[in-house]
Design a protein around this ligand. Structure first.
Ligand code: GSH
Length: 129
């Protein structure tokens, strides 16, 4: 990359290769916006995959125990930006798997942690913040 940029014979390559990071950058910032807006504008956000059993159990917990609260569910396998959202969440939270649950802007975690937070009363506390 550096050699290409320094070579006077590859000026067209300079433009081609320079446009790629710019496009990547704008994709990354719109994914960041998508995730951060979802979290800041919704009390309950579940980053999920439609075929995932752990995601299904987390979604069911909220439907059963907090039916009055409407959770925002993003099914990452059904979106073009799903992989990029998963990568961004990994960067943000250190968690690479779905579901990735947020309540009142706080990351709760995957299904196991969400079930544990429900049992301990922490989930109820966060929902009612
Ligand atoms: N212990 C985790 C397990 C989550 C898990 O294994 N999720 C799978 C999908 S069901 C996953 O994210 N696999 C990697 C992927 O789909 O990229 C939890 O309770 O949430």
């Amino acid at each position: 990359m550096l050699l290409r940029l320094l070579s006077p014979l590859t000026s067209t390559t300079i433009y081609t290769s320079a446009s790629r990071p710019l496009r990547l950058q704008s994709t990354m910032s719109s994914v960041k916006d998508t995730v951060e807006n979802a979290i800041s504008s919704n009390k309950i956000v579940i980053f999920s995959k439609s075929w995932c059993g752990y995601s299904a159990r987390a979604k069911k917990l909220f439907q059963e125990h907090f039916p009055e609260e409407k959770a925002l569910v993003l099914e990452l396998d059904e979106r073009d930006d799903g992989d990029a959202i998963q990568d961004y969440l990994a960067q943000k939270t250190g968690q690479t798997t779905v579901p990735n649950v947020f309540v009142s802007q706080k990351q709760v975690g995957g299904n196991d942690k969400t079930q544990a937070a429900f049992k301990s009363g922490e989930l109820n506390r966060l929902v009612n913040l």
